[in-house]
Design a protein around this ligand. Structure first.
Ligand code: PGA
Length: 254
C-alpha cells in the first residue's frame, strides 16, 4: 500500500507568549497560510493555556489548528491549577501535546500517567501528540531503541488510530540545545516506531499515522530531516516563536 502522509508542523510555544506577541505571531501565521492558498502541509500551534481562547478567536476560519501543551487525565474535579482535555476542546483546541519530556522531567510524569492523559484526550474527541524520546545518558548507554519502544508501549493506550494520534520522537538531549541526531539515527528510530505501531495497529493504520521529529528543528536543518521517509513533520519549540523560522520549516516539509 502506498500512503502519502501530509506533513504536520506543530509549534510548541512552551511557557512563552503574552497577549501582544502571541496574538501578533498567530495573526502573522494565519495571514501566511491564507496567502499560500493551497499549502502542502498542516500547521498546528500550541500556545500557553492563557492565550488559547484568544488565539482561537484570532484563528477562526484559518487552516491553522490549535492545541494545548498538556491536560489532566480526568474531565472535571478538585485539581487546582489543572486543565482538562474537555476544557481545551471547549476553548477551540483540536490537539493536545502529551508526555513532553519537560512534563516528564519537571512534573515527574510517568508513562502510566501519560497513557491516562492520552485516553482523556481521545475521550474529548481530540488528537494526542504523544512525545517520546531518550535522554543523553540513555543514548550513551546504547538504550535509545529500548527506551523509545518502552515509552511507546507504556504511554500509548490501545485504540490508537491515525486520526486520534500523532507520535513525536524528541530526543531529550536535542531539545533546545542546537544538537540533533544524524539523519540516519532519526530514520532508524522512526522506522522502529513505525514497525512497533504496525504490530499493534496493523500495517495500514501504522502507515497512515504521522510521526514527527522534534528537538532543535531549525530552518537550516528542516529540509534534510523532513525529507526522511518516516518523518512526517516536526514538533518545533524555539523556532516556532518566530514567524519567519516556523514558516520556513513548514515550507521545507512540503
Ligand atoms: P526545540 O524544542 O525546538 O526548542 O528544541 C522542541 C520541543 O521541545 O518540542
Amino acid at each position: 500500500m502506498i500512503v502519502t502522509r501530509r506533513p504536520l508542523i506543530a509549534g510548541n510555544w512552551k511557557m512563552n507568549g503574552l497577549s501582544g506577541d502571541g496574538l501578533a505571531l498567530a495573526g502573522e501565521l494565519a495571514r501566511r497560510i491564507e496567502d499560500a492558498a493551497d499549502p502542502a502541509f498542516d500547521l498546528l500551534i500550541c500556545p500557553p493555556f492563557t492565550l488559547i481562547s484568544r488565539i482561537g478567536e484570532a484563528l477562526a476560519g484559518s487552516a491553522i489548528a490549535l492545541g494545548g501543551q498538556d491536560c489532566h487525565a480526568v474531565e472535571t474535579g478538585a485539581h487546582t491549577g489543572d486543565i482538562s482535555a474537555a476544557m481545551l476542546a471547549d476553548s477551540g483546541c483540536t490537539h493536545v501535546i502529551v508526555g513532553h519530556s519537560e512534563r516528564r522531567a519537571d512534573h515527574a510524569e510517568t508513562d502510566t500517567q501519560v497513557s491516562a492523559k492520552v485516553a482523556a484526550v481521545r475521550s474529548a474527541g481530540l488528537v494526542a501528540v504523544l512525545c517520546i524520546g531518550e535522554t543523553e545518558a540513555q543514548r550513551d548507554a546504547g538504550e535509545t531503541n529500548a527506551v523509545v519502544a518502552r515509552q511507546l508501549a507504556d504511554s500509548l493506550p490501545d485504540g490508537a488510530t491515525a486520526m486520534n494520534t500523532v507520535i513525536a520522537y524528541e530526543p531529550v538531549w536535542a531539545i533546545g540545545t542546537g544538537r540533533t541526531p544524524s539523519v540516519a539515527e532519526v530514520e532508524a528510530v522512526h522506522a522502529l516506531i513505525r514497525g512497533d505501531l504496525a504490530k499493534r495497529l496493523g500495517d495500514d493504520e501504522a502507515a497512515r499515522l504521522r510521526l514527527l521529529y522534534g528537538g532543535s528543528v531549525k530552518p537550516d536543518n528542516a529540509r534534510e530531516l523532513m525529507s526522511l521517509a518516516d518523518v512526517d513533520g516536526a514538533l518545533v519549540g524555539g523556532a516556532s516563536l518566530k514567524a519567519d523560522d516556523f514558516w520556513s520549516i513548514a515550507q521545507s516539509s512540503a
